[in-house]
Design a protein around this ligand. Structure first.
Ligand code: ZN
Ligand code: ZN
Ligand code: FE
Length: 763
């Protein structure tokens, strides 16, 4: 056997010649046992006359014009490299930038294609002769490992902070460990950016980090020294263990042991801990020195993008960090840690970033060069080439000038890497999203997709579905084409059009957006909806007593006059209001906190009870009326019923509502998407109930169920449009055939569902 191989921008090109049987065996072996971390999206084989070559050669990369080779994602340190750095006689003993073809930085160092050292931030590190020899030897596991390096020729560590002189290399690591042991806050430059680290067991140190970073209560992720340490803190299923130890090495949300020795301030009132394991040699070496878990949260001030450059970090994190552990390998672009939770033994990637990005999601239909601009919160961008949809790393909330700048940079990043400018843009319907304004400024050929339709489409993209489907989009909020705030929607998607076939009963949000930070305002709106002004005088209700009398009167008047009180069908706001009524949370310290507290209030054991609700007909659609639930709940509150029991009843009612609508619909393929399905109980019980009804159920697994998935849904809309007509059809954005009517009189009850057990299958 002889031949050659070379990297091209379109993929790997291999020529082999030899006896026919050997060639066949080679092809089989390549497909069945590809090299570790290789991802083959397609193989094309063609025959050629033999050339009588001798030996097997690697040819220099060829920079062609059609760029379609995949850019690899960053990979956690492999066991062999770990062994190298632990062995005192190895020349890479304790070297924090050790890597090989099976592990190391990729996307975070790539500046251009093809993926060769000269096109990465390793360009300026000239390999020493020993590294070069490994790089050139096909039998070496560092053969063509682009970031290959050693203490002689590669990146170096440095430490600055405190009054002592700066330190280098191993001494720098020792100083950083000293700082953490003493309860100090360390800014550490890792793979895709900076982490802020602090001893996760140290209550005062964690509180100090929160104060300085301006992060009040949102849970902080921790890095455990190793798997055994993680198992001491949390209980792990085998699926959770698998993802924790995977080469993607995400943060996995794990059930904490009640007595885990972790400071309360890490994740206050939260039964879960976000845990990751060390994923670079630097992390392994540092955590090995410490042998205790550290908080590892992104290096930024709250709501700003993560720092990834030394100079910027030294300024931006000054006043937060007590010391900086830096290195001189530039990061090409910031890549945050990914977040995964396991529900029904399946992963849900809640934040798809390091380790996953920029590997594509395969669309069921091609969409040529479409740029999806995403939403507003947890923003991402998607770019499609044929059937590959590349979703960007997590870009955070587009609420500061800094985040917008990072967003703007990322818009151009993938099209530039692939050398293919987008020909079409797709954005959200919301006129005030920063992403919408960017899209409008940049595109002549732009179309807009309703937010919750995009949620449904993201699942269709991920699971290669082309419809028809019925999508349940339960979410925080999104702009509805009727000018109200949507978020509790049932959307039938077929071909390139959709219709809103059912939704939650709307209520008014006093103060509009302010309700996101004040769940008690949602409660107010719900009480007003059902009881009118009288609802705001009910004695002893937690949301009412939490207000100053004056404020309550002002909000009451606003509701009566309909001033700045937008109507909403949002499931997220409904959960907020219910959480507030239960007395769990009146003001939220981060988005979704109240709804999360409602989930965390669930009892350990299964409770089958549910509250009653009504399914009503309105125009050509259905309305889920939660009034009977609210009324019964108030009776429970008055009778001081167990809050945990009430939380279970609420959840079961929501499941039963979904089942009730689905039973009236012909679609046998169902989709669950939107931020509310981050709620494990709601998701798991809905899936089970729908499966019991004989339906196929899909939800976001490898793409975010929250607004991180919106950009993918937008690209999917373009794919469906192209398939239908050869051009983009606008049906998915046209006015729905069902528009919400505000009049209560027009509704009439279809059924009253007084379920005793949540999520009964269809009769
Ligand atoms: Zn390795
Ligand atoms: Zn070297
Ligand atoms: Fe959303």
């Amino acid at each position: 056997m002889s031949g050659l191989v070379r990297n091209t921008t379109g993929g790997a090109h291999i020529e082999i010649e030899g006896p026919a049987q050997a060639v066949t065996q080679f092809l089989e072996a390549m497909e069945r046992h590809p090299p570790p971390r290789a991802r083959m999206t397609s193989i094309r084989v063609s025959e050629r006359p033999t050339l009588g070559r001798k030996g097997f050669h690697i040819q220099p990369s060829d920079a062609g014009d059609t760029r379609s080779a995949l850019i690899p994602a960053d990979i956690a340190t492999c066991t062999e490299c770990l062994a190298d750095i632990a062995e005192p006689r190895n020349r890479r003993y304790r070297y924090p930038f050790t890597n090989c073809t099976a592990c190391g930085p990729r996307f975070s160092i790539v500046e251009d294609l093809p993926y060769d050292r000269g096109n990465t931030t390793m360009r300026d590190f000239i390999m020493c002769s020993a590294c070069q020899a490994e790089y050139d030897d096909p039998r070496d596991r560092r053969f063509h490992a682009q970031p290959n390096a050693c203490p002689q020729c590669g990146p170096r560590l440095s430490y600055v902070g405190g009054t002592r002189a700066a330190a280098k290399d191993h001494e720098a690591l020792v100083r950083a460990a000293e700082l953490l042991r003493a309860g100090g806050i360390l800014a550490l430059k890792g793979l895709g950016g900076f982490h802020l680290m602090v001893d996760a067991r140290d209550e005062a140190a964690v509180a100090r980090l929160r104060r300085r970073k301006g992060r009040e209560a949102k849970p902080l992720a921790i890095m455990a020294p190793n798997l055994a340490a993680a198992e001491e803190l949390c209980s792990l299923s085998s699926a959770e263990r698998h993802f924790l130890c995977s080469p993607e090495a995400p943060i996995v949300l794990l059930h904490r042991h009640p007595r885990a020795s972790i400071a309360h301030a890490v994740a206050p009132g939260n039964p879960y801990l976000g845990v990751m394991l060390p994923y670079t040699p630097l992390h392994h070496l540092l955590l090995g020195q410490l042998n205790f878990p550290v908080v590892a949260t992104s290096g930024n001030r709250s709501e700003e993008p993560m720092c990834f450059e030394n100079e910027v970090a030294l300024v931006a994190l000054d006043g937060i960090a007590d010391g900086f552990l830096l290195h001189d390998r530039p990061i090409a672009r910031p890549v945050d840690d990914s977040i995964v939770q396991v529900v029904l033994d399946e992963a849900m990637v809640l934040r798809r970033s390091r380790g996953y990005v920029p590997l594509p999601i395969e669309l069921p239909l091609p969409a040529s060069r479409v740029l999806g601009y995403g939403g507003h919160l947890k923003a991402t961008i998607s770019f499609s080439l044929g059937r590959n949809a590349f979703i960007s790393q997590h870009l955070g909330n587009l609420e500061s000038a800094e985040s917008l700048e990072a967003y703007q940079q990322t818009l151009g990043d993938l099209p530039r890497l692939y050398g293919q400018p987008p020909v079409r843009g797709v954005c959200d319907l919301h006129p005030d999203y920063a992403s919408t304004r960017k899209a409008e400024a940049a595109n002549d050929r732009l179309f807009k997709v309703q937010h919750h339709v995009a949620h449904v489409l993201s699942v269709m993209a991920e699971h290669q579905l082309t419809g028809p489907v019925l999508g349940v989009s339960w979410d925080g909020s999104g702009y509805g084409p009727d000018g109200t705030v949507w978020g509790g929607e049932f959307l039938a998607v077929s071909g390139t059009s959709y219709s809103r076939v059912a939704h939650l009963r709307p209520f008014s949000l006093p103060g509009g957006e302010a309700a996101v930070r004040e769940p008690r305002r949602s409660a107010l709106g719900m009480l007003f909806e059902v009881f009118g002004s009288q609802g705001l005088t009910m004695a002893g209700l937690p949301p009412l007593t939490s207000f100053e009398e004056m404020d309550l009167r002002v909000l009451g008047r606003a509701l009566e006059r309909g001033v700045n009180t937008p109507r909403t069908t949002s499931c997220g706001r409904l959960f907020d209001g219910l959480s507030s009524l239960l007395g769990l949370r009146q003001t939220a310290r981060f988005e979704g906190e109240a709804a999360m507290n409602l989930e965390f209030a669930l009892p350990e054991h299964e409770v089958p009870d549910a509250y009653p609700f009504q399914l009503e007909e309105e125009g050509s659609g259905l309305v889920l009326n939660w009034e009977p639930m609210l009324r019964t709940m108030l009776v429970d509150i008055e009778g001081s019923a167990d809050r945990r029991l009430m939380a279970a009843r609420i959840h079961n009612t929501m499941v039963a509502m979904i089942v009730a609508v689905v039973c009236r619909r012909p679609e046998d393929t169902l989709i669950l998407s939107g931020g509310c399905f981050q709620n494990r109980y709601l998701l798991a019980h809905t899936v089970k109930a729908l499966r019991d009804s004989g339906r196929r159920v899909f939800w976001n697994q490898s793409t975010p169920v929250n607004d991180g998935g919106i950009s993918l849904g937008q690209v999917m809309a373009a794919a469906l449009g192209q398939a239908e007509s050869g051009a983009v059809a606008h049906g998915l954005v046209a006015q729905p055939d069902y528009v919400d009517g505000a009049s209560l009189e027009r509704r009439r009850p279809l059924t009253t569902v007084a379920t005793e057990s949540g999520g009964m299958p269809c009769a």
